[in-house]
Design a protein around this ligand. Structure first.
Ligand SMILES: *[C@@H]1O[C@H](CO)[C@@H](O)[C@H](O)[C@H]1NC(C)=O
Ligand SMILES: *[C@@H]1O[C@H](CO)[C@@H](O)[C@H](O)[C@H]1NC(C)=O
Length: 176
């Protein structure tokens, strides 16, 4: 009888020990289902199988946020830097952001070419254009680059260092 009890006790201890040590893996929760290895290491294979089955296409269930803004507009800069970017950093798993640096710009066609006028002057047209190119060629680091530019004192002067900090695409970008 004594033997049965201590055997049960040992099993209980192993079980309790296991369930305690399981979540202590080196990955943040957002990454747990990113691969089977991580899921295994974190002891959440069952959870990830279930989650993958019920949310097969993450992009489809993400919240779409579009921001139409002007590169030199103080209110836009404040919103992008202090609210949108930090929110995206925390929630990018369930959130897609589409940036459109073309707010309040006017275009006219004189028969030969387009002329653009921006609310905050020529400099803003240049800033919008650089950011549109950043969005076109830098892929997943576009938002960090634009955040870097918009949070700098001088949006245009910071373009090159901001692009170079996140990618090696400054040359190709200038060639666009
Ligand atoms: C969940 O799905 C993603 C995307 O299809 C896949 O890369 C990942 O390996 C899956 N996770 C697990 C634990 O199977
Ligand atoms: C970048 O611009 C080119 C030329 O307009 C376009 O064909 C391409 O689809 C754009 N790529 C992205 C990722 O927006």
């Amino acid at each position: 009888m004594m033997r049965v009890v201590s055997f049960a006790f040992v099993i209980l201890c192993i079980y309790a020990g296991n369930s305690h040590s399981k979540p202590s893996c080196g990955y943040p929760m957002l990454e747990w289902c990113k691969s089977q290895e991580i899921a295994g290491e974190c002891g959440v294979e069952k959870y990830c199988l279930h989650r993958n089955a019920t949310r097969p296409n993450r992009a489809e269930s993400s919240v779409e946020v579009g921001l139409y803004y002007e590169s030199l507009c103080p209110g836009c800069r404040m919103f992008l830097v202090k609210q949108l970017f930090p929110t995206w950093i925390m929630l990018q798993d369930i959130m897609n952001v589409q940036l459109v640096p073309y707010g309040n710009a006017q275009e006219s066609f004189d028969g030969k070419k387009y002329k653009f006028t921006c609310q905050h002057g020529e400099d803003e047209c240049l800033g919008n254009m650089i950011e549109a190119c950043v969005l076109n060629i830098t892929g997943s680091v576009a938002f960090p680059i634009i955040f870097c530019m918009e949070s700098a004192f001088d949006v245009e002067k910071s373009a090159q260092p901001c692009v170079e900090m996140h990618s090696s695409l400054w040359g190709p970008l200038m060639a666009v």
